[in-house]
Structures are given as structure tokens and as C-alpha cells.
Design a protein around this ligand. Structure first.
Ligand code: DGJ
Length: 744
């Protein structure tokens, strides 16, 4: 059992071997008081001794009771207006204009396993033994509303998932203006906040800041989770490293406008909350209707950031991603975007596919430019029919020809967008997101279709279906290249305009669901101008995502390192591209480009027909190497070793679950003359196993490799010396070490 209830004291203790989470019902007010979240502690029949109270000058809930101020009580789902002055986890406006709630505990229910949440992506279980769920029902008698707080604890993972559901049981509508998925009050503020920030072509840069009194937050108001912030934050102790120390991760399974906030009050209590961004949000809840928040996945690790990441990786790879491709080897693909951009015809595409096939690549992906009059980015999105000048045999003919070469065929769509010059826009100018009587802003010469409207989603489903039905399509790259402006829907009533952003993303999920239902064997890769929607919400539908439009190997070290904080390697789209690199002009060796791309889904994005014979041989070698190692890379445990945000040398590794095999990537950004000696201590090996590093003479026990490390300047015997220590390696050098268990 993972949840215990102390009936007399009305306390709830969720625990497994690693983590404990405790809260209780307040005697007089029947609200919920948070008591503890952290490393597992023993169960007690009462946790009353954990209650902290102090008489402080403040407003109190009850006359004469000077310790009943909610401002000084750690809470589970704080409300506004009744003695707590910090940010609340929820807020409403009712029919008299009041914004106050008072949800009081009514009952609880224990559910084996983990129920799904309607219309929203969420983690799941395959067997009820894997988790247990506690649902707490609270009631606000004045609002005539129920609130169900749901907590799932996984039996063998340091994971607690939370979500909330509001139900209107009255006769009048009210408006939800804030609906967090989770809120946790920590007793102290001795933390740093770590999060992922960036912009187009430099996503997921790791940012760490010490908490200060007041508010620090991350959010999106762009209609997508965005390049600027990922829906993830972690609180780490000051001495927490990659591999030691405490950290709490908060990751929202959502792809739209999100909000993550840390508030430190003047008594040093830290309140973390995460959910849909309340900014611009206003949801009309009619009688009998309910509103479900997305789920927040909270991970507690006392094995550092890497420990937290491993938990997310395993959970998201096996219990968030789903369907046909979840456990399958993903094909090595070649995408024509950086090879041709919009300028291609069937002959060119087939020549790339043919050469790729000869070199062992398994899937060809036709990117943007195959439809309407799309010769640049000013036109045609929404007219999803082939350009017959470029592709005289259509997608059907091309896909058949690619399949005849022995390759699979994939296709790019940007389903949520429309350009002005299209048939679609001319027929339905009112289908875009725009505010009446206001100028619509432009983003990449396109508008966003109003996916909050069912008829729009239906139409796009039919036009995609039309192509998919007749062609041999094994993969779809689903792109999204502009953010929302002038948010307004002609399909929504005036008092429901605040629902648009959330309804929009529900429409996106719906289209995914319909396509997956009809075409369960298509592999989806999500993309949003690179990594603007690389979030857990989309991983539920598309098990891989294009991590960035920046394909430069050196830039990718940072992007992939940051992305790996939460997301498994099996979800990180990574390609070998041309030199000079198209985003930064950098010239890096093909070895290094491949060595970085290996730690992701691995593929190519360059005109392979233009490579020299020597380079083609390299491609062949890299491709067959990845085929051999892809099981290990996607299923093994990932360890970050040297941090690109802190050092010129970068390293990471993957160890197989049985610890018999490992692969290490080591990168040196700039060459240094007459450099110092380097050692690279490894992680995750079995200290008692004897390993041989491919290409080296000697063998090493795991304890030696982890405590001393690989000696990198082992010049006379060692391949590493060639690529690492000597000046001739030049800038951007790298090497891969393969370790295998051997017996003496
Ligand atoms: C942005 C994507 O991130 C690129 O990979 C490419 O598909 C272009 N869009 C096409 O317009």
C-alpha cells in the first residue's frame, strides 16, 4: 500500500521507498494543511507533531484564535481572500462578482492505479499495482461547487502526480480565473530554482538562480509552451550537484499557456505552483459542468539533478509516450529541409532518397514546400494538396517510389496554420484567430487557425486524411511556426474569450488523437520552429520532437544537455547537418556532428548527394554504428558528466540496465595548446565488473572508471589521445568510448 490515512487525525500519507508526502484536514476550517514533502519517512499513526504554529500579528479566520491565519499555514491548494495574502492556487468570479472561495474537505477515495484524465494527455499505468491514487473531495457551499484534488503516487518511482477538477453543482454559472494543477508549500527557502530558457535556435538553456523573497516565475502567454520557457522548474539545494543532493522537479503535462511560480514569503516559506497560465484565462463553468486541469508530475530526488532526470526519462518514455512506436527502434531518417529548403522536385528528392538508402538510412522525410504554391514561406499553408510542378506524381507517387527504394516515407505538415493566398483562407476568412476591428499581426506570413472550433479541426483532419489515405506515409513531422496574437475566437461567446488558448490546445490534442486512432502506425515527430513545443503534453501523442532548428553540433551540446533535464533521449530529435552550419556558419568535423546526434533520435539533414566519397563512407559507418547502439541509447540510463554551460569539455554517457555496456560521448569545444592532463570519471557502472574500452589494451574495474576515470592523455596506447589531447584534433573535437563487460 502506498497511501495511508490516519482517520482520527484526518491525515494522509502518500509514500513509497523513496518519497513521503503528508497533509491533513484542518480541524475548524476543514481546509487542507500541507505537512511534509521529501525523502521517505516512516509512517506514524499521527503526524500532529509536524504542525507549526506561531502567534503572529495577522488576520485570523476565527475570532479569538490567533493561530488560524492561512498566511502562516502551509497549504495544499491555497485560496484567495480569507487571510492568505500570497498567490492562490485557484480563483473564481461568481454571480455577485466575488472572487473568494472556501472549499472544505468532504471525503476521500482511494483508487488502485491511475485514472486517465479526460481530453488531456497524462502519464498512465499498465497495471494497477504500479500506482495508487487518492482523490480528495472538497465542497464550497456558497459557490455550490466541488473541487477534487487528485494525487497519484507511483509504487516504484519517486513520482507524485497532481491535478485538480472543479465541478459546478449550483444553478448559476461562475468563472474560473486561476486553476493550478499543483501547489506545494515548503518550510524553507534554501533553494535555487533551475529552469530551461531560450529562444528560437537556442532552446533549453539551463538557468539557475538563488531564490529571493518575493516572486520568481516562468510562463508562456504565446499559445504554445514556447522557446522562451519549458513547462518545467526544479528547486535544488545549494549543494545539490548532478549526482548528489536534493531536488524537486515540477513538470506540467501541457503544451499551451502555462505558468510556474515560486513565491518566497517574508517568513521564508516557499510556495511552488504550476498550471495553466491564469493570465488571459477565464473559463465559464456552467451548472453541471466540470473543468479539468492538466497534470503536474512532481519528482523528488536525493540523487541530484541526474537522478531527477532519470526518473522523468523512464516515466515519460514508458508511461507517457504510448502506442505503436513507444518501445520500437525508431528509424534513422534523412530530412530534405536543410538540403533543398523549398527548392526541389521529384527527381532531386529521389536522388537524395536513393543515396541515403545506399548508406543505410531508413526513412526519407519530405519537409516544407510540397503543397499549393509554396515556393517560399509566404504562401499556401492550409492548401494541403500537392504541387504538381514539383511532384508530378503527387505524394502518392513519390511515396511509392521511395518505398520501392526500400525506404519509408515521411511528410511535413503545419496543420494549425493558414496563409492569406489560400483557397482555405478565401473560403473561411473567419477561421483565423484574430480580434474583430483590430489589425491581425503577422508571423512568418501566416495566421493561426482557430482550433478551438470543431469545424476547423474537422476540416484539417479531412484534408490530411485525404493525403494519408492514398499515400504510403510512415511518419509525420507536425510543425508550428508562429505564436498567437490578437487572441479572439468568433466561435466563442463574449464571456468565453478567456477560454480560447486552452480550447485551442485541446483542439490540437484532438486532431492528434483522431489521426493516431486512424493511423496508429504513423510515427509523429512534433516540431514548433524547433523546440517551442517540446513538452510532456505532446510526448503523449508524438514520442519524438525536433529539439531545435539549430543543427550546429556545438550549439546542440547545450540544447540537448538542457533538454535532457526532463526529456528522454528517445524524444530528442537530432540530425547531422551540412558544414558550414546553416545557423552559425561553424565548421565541425562530421565525427563530432554524429557523436552529438547519436544522443537523440539520430538522423541527417543535408544534401547527401553532394558529399565526397570519403564523407559518404563516414555516413555509412555512422549509420551502421547507430543501428548497433540505438537500443542501448534509447533504453539505457543517461548520465550527464561535464556541463557545456560551465566548461569547454562536455560529456555524457548511457549505461545499459544490466550495466554490461556503456557508451560515452566526450567533446572538446576549443582546442588548447600544451594542455593539462584530463581524466573523465564515469557514472552508473558496476564497481565490481571488469570493463574493456573498445580500442584500448587495458581493462578496468567499474570502481576505477568511476573514481579515477578514463585517463585521457594515455597517449601511447590510446585512441582518445588522437582526438583529444593533440593539437591536430583542432577545435570541436570529440570521441566516443564504448565499454563492455569482460571476464578475466
Ligand atoms: C521550422 C522547422 O523547425 C524546420 O525544421 C522546418 O521544418 C521548417 N519549419 C519548414 O518551414
Amino acid at each position: 500500500m502506498t497511501i495511508k490515512v490516519n482517520q482520527p487525525t484526518q491525515e494522509f500519507h502518500l509514500f513509497n521507498n523513496q518519497v513521503s508526502y503528508i497533509f491533513r484536514v484542518l480541524e475548524k476550517s476543514n481546509q487542507l494543511e500541507h505537512l511534509y514533502y521529501g525523502k521517505r519517512i516512516k509512517h506514524r499513526t499521527s503526524f500532529k507533531h509536524l504542525i507549526e504554529r506561531e502567534v503572529r500579528p495577522s488576520c485570523n479566520m476565527f475570532e479569538g484564535d490567533h493561530t488560524s491565519s492561512l498566511e502562516h499555514i502551509k497549504q495544499e491548494y491555497p485560496s484567495f481572500g480569507t487571510t492568505d495574502y500570497r498567490y492562490p492556487a485557484h480563483m473564481v468570479t461568481n454571480n455577485i462578482g466575488s472572487q473568494i472561495t472556501n472549499y472544505q474537505y468532504q471525503t476521500y477515495r482511494m483508487i488502485p492505479g491511475k485514472p486517465s484524465i479526460s481530453n488531456l494527455p497524462a502519464t498512465y499505468v499498465e497495471d494497477n499495482e504500479e500506482a495508487e491514487t487518492l482523490e480528495i473531495t472538497l465542497v464550497d457551499e456558497v459557490l455550490h461547487s466541488k473541487l477534487i484534488l487528485s494525487y497519484t503516487i507511483y509504487t516504484n518511482r519517486n513520482v507524485i502526480c497532481r491535478n485538480a477538477k472543479f465541478i459546478n453543482e449550483g444553478l448559476e454559472a461562475f468563472y474560473l480565473t486561476n486553476t493550478m494543477s499543483t501547489s506545494v508549500d515548503f518550510p524553507d527557502d534554501q533553494f535555487e530554482m533551475l529552469h530551461l530558457t531560450g529562444a528560437w535556435a537556442r532552446e533549453a538553456h539551463v538557468e539557475v538562480q538563488r531564490l529571493t523573497k518575493g516572486i520568481q516565475s516562468i510562463y508562456s502567454a504565446r499559445g504554445a509552451s514556447s522557446h522562451a520557457h519549458n513547462p518545467f522548474l526544479a528547486l535544488k539545494r545549494f549543494d545539490t550537484t548532478e549526482h548528489t543532493g536534493e531536488v524537486y522537479g515540477f513538470s506540467l503535462v501541457y503544451s499551451g499557456n502555462f505558468f510556474g511560480q515560486v513565491e518566497v514569503d517574508t517568513y521564508s516559506v516557499t510556495r511552488v505552483m504550476m498550471g495553466i497560465n491564469p493570465f488571459q484565462f477565464k473559463w465559464k463553468l456552467n451548472p453541471t459542468e466540470s473543468f479539468q486541469t492538466p497534470e503536474c508530475v512532481m519528482v523528488y530526488s536525493n540523487e541530484g539533478l541526474n537522478g531527477m532526470s532519470q526518473t522523468y526519462h523512464d516515466l515519460y518514455r514508458t508511461r507517457l509516450a504510448r502506442g505503436f512506436w513507444r518501445d520500437k527502434e525508431r528509424p534513422i531518417l534523412i530530412n530534405n529541409w536543410e538540403a533543398t529548403y523549398f527548392n526541389f522536385n521529384e527527381e532531386k528528392i529521389l536522388s537524395i532518397a536513393k543515396t541515403a538508402k545506399e548508406l543505410g538510412i531508413e526513412l526519407f522525410v519530405l519537409d516544407d514546400g510540397w503543397f499549393g504554391e509554396r515556393h517560399d514561406d509566404t504562401s499556401s499553408l492550409g492548401d494541403w494538396f500537392e504541387n504538381k510542378e514539383k511532384l508530378p506524381n503527387g505524394i502518392q507517387g513519390l511515396s511509392e517510389k521511395v518505398e520501392a527504394l526500400g525506404m519509408k516515407f515521411g511528410l511535413w505538415f503545419e496543420p494549425e496554420m493558414v496563409c492569406k493566398d489560400t483557397k482555405l483562407f478565401k473560403e473561411h476568412p473567419d477561421w483565423i484567430i484574430a480580434t474583430p476591428n483590430r489589425r491581425p499581426s503577422h508571423g512568418r506570413n501566416q495566421f493561426i487557425l482557430d482550433f478551438s472550433r470543431e469545424e476547423v479541426v474537422d476540416h484539417i483532419f479531412s484534408s490530411m486524411d485525404h493525403i494519408l489515405e492514398k499515400s504510403k506515409i510512415s511518419y509525420i513531422k507536425w510543425d508550428m511556426n508562429r505564436y498567437m496574437t490578437e487572441p479572439y475566437s468568433l466561435g466563442l461567446a463574449i464571456d468565453q474569450q478567456g477560454e480560447l488558448a486552452h480550447r485551442y490546445i485541446l483542439g490540437v490534442y484532438k486532431l492528434y488523437e483522431r489521426l493516431i486512432e486512424k493511423y496508429p502506425e504513423i510515427l509523429f515527430e512534433s516540431c514548433a520552429g524547433g523546440g517551442a513545443r517540446l513538452d510532456p503534453g505532446l510526448l503523449y501523442y508524438a514520442p519524438q520532437a525536433w529539439a531545435s532548428d539549430d543543427t550546429d553540433a556545438v550549439e546542440r551540446l547545450k540544447i540537448q544537455y538542457g533538454t535532457s533535464m526532463v526529456y528522454p533521449l528517445s524524444s530528442i530529435g537530432s540530425h547531422v547537418s551540412a558544414i558550414p552550419n546553416h545557423q552559425v556558419g561553424r565548421i565541425t568535423p562530421i565525427d563530432t556532428r554524429a557523436h552529438v546526434a547519436y544522443f537523440g533520435t539520430f538522423g541527417y539533414e543535408l544534401d547527401i548527394t553532394k558529399l565526397s566519397e570519403k564523407e559518404k563512407e563516414k555516413v555509412k559507418e555512422k549509420t551502421s554504428f547507430f543501428k548497433e547502439k540505438r537500443q542501448l541509447i534509447r533504453n539505457g540510463q543517461f548520465y550527464r558528466l561535464l556541463n557545456p554551460f560551465e566548461s569547454n569539455e562536455v560529456s555524457w554517457m548511457v549505461v545499459s540496465d544490466d550495466q554490461k555496456e556503456a557508451i560515452v560521448g566526450l567533446y572538446k569545444v576549443l582546442a588548447k595548446p600544451n594542455d593539462k592532463y584530463y581524466r573523465l570519471p564515469l557514472k552508473g557502472l558496476d564497481p565490481d565488473k571488469l570493463y574493456k574500452i573498445e580500442g584500448k589494451e587495458t581493462t578496468h574495474y567499474g570502481d576505477e572508471l568511476m573514481n579515477i576515470g578514463i585517463i585521457l592523455a594515455d597517449d601511447y596506447t590510446d585512441r582518445a589521445g588522437e582526438y583529444w589531447s593533440r593539437e591536430k584534433a583542432g577545435d570541436f573535437s570529440s570521441t566516443i568510448f564504448l565499454l563492455k563487460e569482460v571476464h578475466e
